[in-house]
Design a protein around this ligand. Structure first.
Ligand code: PDD
Length: 298
């Protein structure tokens, strides 16, 4: 089946889908995005993602391209046209196309693109059962990591370094030696005293939608939780390290910079939180009225 992308009001076959050469997303990374998990054909935590999209757009003073209802309809239709059952939807909004000048154009119209694809859940589950490796990398990103901007070059460089080291994720380290977050995930540890720690929200990290769901689930399970910075040494001495994101859910890190974490296998806290998050994803999803994953049809 050929793949379909939504571009500025039209659903186009991939070969024909394109944006303008002077789109500010292309020239200045002047745009924002969201990645939303699709479970059984439905969008997981769509409202949280759309709230964050609104925040990112507001911070950059990019006009909202359409109503929330219309955006939800576009996303659901993109999922349906691509027959996505379990996977992810990518939504990007840029300031639009205009003559290349640094300051904002007077009357550009935002560019909107949506694509969706299935992902191999079996591979993800196998990764989660075994745990994955991570390496540390210096955090060389800009001062507004709370905005989900498409300016992802530092994240891409860090992820490439991880890949070349045979690792799944790069944990980014600030000038004080503290881990901010992963290159495309939030980072967590479980200390020797069983305290779950993740960095507090600030301009140094992205407020992950998975992060907030996991925090709520952890508190509901009665875990002790602290939102504070933690160092690379603290992570290396921790019982558990894991990362969370839309595409990874909760993923145990069992090797950090070549050293085993804890007992070298996925920890009980990360494993329990992943199971709780899977249940959350199944119950916090909205979908297209005409599109249900085939196995859900009566
Ligand atoms: N990345 N931190 C960063 C820097 C991220 O890029 C992401 C997500 C997260 C986790 O956020 P959430 O739980 O809302 O997915 C944290 C997405 C998945 C990506 O760029 O592909």
């Amino acid at each position: 089946m050929s793949r379909i992308a939504y571009v500025n009001g039209r659903y186009m076959p991939y070969a024909k889908a394109a944006v303008h050469v002077e789109d500010r997303g292309f020239q200045f990374a002047d745009g924002v995005y969201e990645v939303i998990a699709v479970a059984s054909g439905r969008l997981v935590d769509a409202i949280g993602h759309l709230d964050r999209l609104d925040r990112s757009l507001n911070e950059l003073r990019i006009a909202s391209p359409m109503s929330r209802g219309a955006l939800l309809a576009v996303m659901a239709e993109t999922i349906r046209r691509n027959r996505v059952v379990n996977g992810s939807l990518y939504l990007q909004v840029t300031r639009g196309a205009a003559k290349r000048e640094f300051a904002f154009p007077e009357n550009a119209r935002p560019t909107v693109v949506a694509i969706a694809r299935n992902v191999d859940l079996l591979k993800a589950a196998a990764n989660a059962r075994k745990g994955v490796a991570a390496v540390t990398q210096p955090d060389i990103r800009w001062g507004r990591c709370d905005i989900k901007s498409v300016g992802l070059l530092p994240a891409a460089l860090a992820k490439q370094a991880a890949k070349e080291a045979g690792a799944y994720e790069a944990l980014l380290v600030d000038r004080d030696g503290n881990i901010t977050e992963g290159s495309s995930s939030n980072a967590w540890i479980v200390t020797k005293d069983n305290v779950l720690v993740t960095r507090a929200l600030s301009r140094s990290i992205l407020g992950g939608i998975t992060r907030s769901a996991i925090l709520e689930l952890a508190r509901r399970e009665g875990l002790r939780v602290e939102e504070r910075p933690f160092s690379v040494q603290e992570a290396k001495a921790a019982k558990e390290v894991f990362v969370t994101s839309t595409t990874s859910f909760a993923m145990p890190i069992v090797m950090l910079d070549g050293q085993p974490v804890g007992n070298g296998g996925p920890g009980t806290v990360a494993t329990a939180l992943r199971a709780a998050y899977e249940a959350h994803a199944a119950t916090h999803a909205t979908g297209h009225p005409d599109w249900q994953a085939p196995f859900l049809r009566p």
